[in-house]
Design a protein. Structure first.
Length: 518
């Protein structure tokens, strides 16, 4: 086992020299931990089109042949002036590290698929997963032993996959075989977690690998280099060789995330979709997306214990070991990238929607906005919900809990995030939504103006009605007064002498009676 000082050094950040291409080859970018990502020029990058003809947002590293070195064991300086990996022609000099691409890194994605490279894919298929139900289903129907890591569920499938016990279940894992040492894979996983993740940049003292037969690290003992003479010649470490582990060919790994993303290592596409179909049939997917709305990240990976360093180039991951902690770190970053791609697609759909694009044209041509209040509020809600999901609700900006307990994995996670350009993509997405805020302000102004205009017209009509009522009342009074004056003119006044006698009173009544008959 490594000493406590060696173990504590695993959390230190790796210092990575700038990686330059040889001759007139295009420069490759290296990502030191302390240096912010500088986005590559995208002049030669073409954007993919959606089925509806719109431009689909994508990360530039899909087409820009970007190189990112994955941190492994702590190092302060590469071994100088030596060819540490003849197979990939990697030369480390005082001027930096020159990388000559391996055969797999020269291939396109389709060529790697035909050549049989292992797949590393991530699917965003639903809003969320029912994790407790998922763990019970996988243990019962797929014959696996899930391991829970906060919001992630790690599952190892032993190949070949067999038909399920139930007719509605497509696949299940083969029976787990014990390692040559007699320990089960679960025991190996537990030991790897106890030891923590340690890379293998330096060779061990005895010239042999510190890997077990199933690819997990059981010890770490870096080689101490010494200066042999005054000219500073360094002792060359012995080259590590390790036969390809049998277990690497016989296992596939799946990592399920609670926010609806599934990451697969080492399975074929048909097997991946069969597993997704099984969990969908079991009712584990919450608010499942249509298959045409899935977001998929497709990469490949290869194990090469003799490589100079673990790296990502042209969507090909090169690993030194098959540590499940390493894959958990990569899966977290890849899942966040896939979830972010979904938000990018949603934002692109909202901003390119005809109802949205016609608003500026309408203002430019007519000078007014003819938009119903219901439609305006719906558009406002869609834009606000998208920004809330990216910045408040989703896990895109959060550091997973795993990296608080396993600090040695944080650098690896950060390196993959930078390769996937998660930080710049979130910034660009927020910039788009900030510009959309101007549209929201315009819509809000339209709604407020429409409401005030409506209230103003209501007040005007109330005033008109009040005026009409007053005019009617005045007219009625005039008619009543004119009628009373006409009656007074028809009936002449009857003189009455006071005090009046009985005879005079009778005479007055007779005259009134006669006047009413007329």
């Amino acid at each position: 086992m490594a000493s406590s000082s060696d173990r504590s050094n695993t959390s230190r950040k790796a210092s990575i020299s700038a990686l330059l291409s040889r001759g007139n080859r295009q420069a490759l970018s290296s990502i030191p931990e302390a240096t912010p990502l500088v986005r590559r020029p995208s002049g030669g990058v073409t954007l993919l089109n959606n089925a509806d003809g719109g431009i689909k947002a994508q990360r530039t590293s899909k087409t820009s042949q970007k190189l990112v070195v994955l941190p492994s064991e702590p190092q302060t300086k590469p071994i100088l002036g030596e060819l540490v990996d003849e197979s990939s022609e990697t030369l480390v000099t005082t001027k930096g590290t020159q990388e000559y691409k391996s055969e797999g890194e020269r291939m396109t994605k389709s060529e790697r698929e035909k050549a049989g490279f292992k797949r590393l894919t991530a699917y965003c298929v639903s809003e969320s997963l029912r994790m407790k139900l998922l763990a019970a289903f996988l243990k019962r129907e797929h014959n696996v032993a899930p391991r829970v890591y906060d919001e992630a569920l790690y599952v190892m499938y032993h190949l070949p996959l067999l038909p399920g016990y139930d007719p509605s279940v497509n696949v299940r894992s083969s029976v787990a075989a014990k390692s040559p040492g007699g320990k089960s894979f679960l025991r190996r996983l537990s030991e790897a977690e106890e030891n923590g993740y340690e890379g293998t940049y330096f060779a061990s003292e005895d010239g042999e690998d510190s890997f077990s037969t199933d690819g997990y690290i059981v010890s770490s003992s870096p080689l101490e280099t010494r200066i042999s003479n005054e000219q500073g010649e360094q002792q060359r470490p012995r080259r590590r060789t390790r036969a390809k582990s049998v277990s690497e060919e016989k296992i596939g790994e799946v990592i399920f995330f609670s926010y609806g993303v599934i990451v697969f290592f080492g399975l074929r596409e048909a097997q991946e979709r069969a597993i997704i179909e099984d969990i969908n049939t079991a009712g584990i997917l919450t608010r499942k997306f249509g298959e045409d709305a899935w977001e998929v990240e497709e990469c490949h990976f290869v194990y090469d214990p003799n490589t100079a360093y673990q790296r990502i180039y042209n969507d090909l991951f090169t690993f030194k070991s098959s540590s499940h902690l390493l894959k958990l770190s990569i899966a977290h970053a890849l899942a966040q990238s896939t979830l972010l791609a979904r938000y990018e697609s949603k934002a692109q759909g909202v901003l390119s929607d005809p109802q949205t694009t016609r608003i500026p044209r309408m203002l430019a041509s007519t000078g007014e906005l003819k938009l119903r209040r219901r439609d305006a509020l719906r558009l406002t809600g869609r834009l606000f919900q998208l920004r809330r999901d990216v910045n408040l609700v989703s896990n895109v900006l959060d550091v997973p809990e795993l990296f608080w307990s396993e600090a040695s994995l944080k650098d690896l996670y950060d390196a993959v995030r930078e390769y996937m350009e998660i930080g710049p993509r979130v910034h660009v997405l927020n910039e788009k939504l900030t510009v959309a805020n101007d549209l929201l302000d315009l819509i809000h102004g339209h709604l407020n103006n429409s409401a005030m205009e409506r209230i103003t017209w209501i007040i005007i009509w109330l005033i008109v009605v009040a005026c009409l009522v007053e005019f009617g009342e005045v007219l009625a009074r005039l008619i009543v007064n004119s009628t009373e004056k006409r009656k007074d003119a028809i009936l002449p006044p009857v003189p009455i002498d006071l005090p009046i006698s009985k005879e005079n009173a009778m005479a007055v009544l007779e005259r009134i009676m006669q006047g009413s008959k007329i």
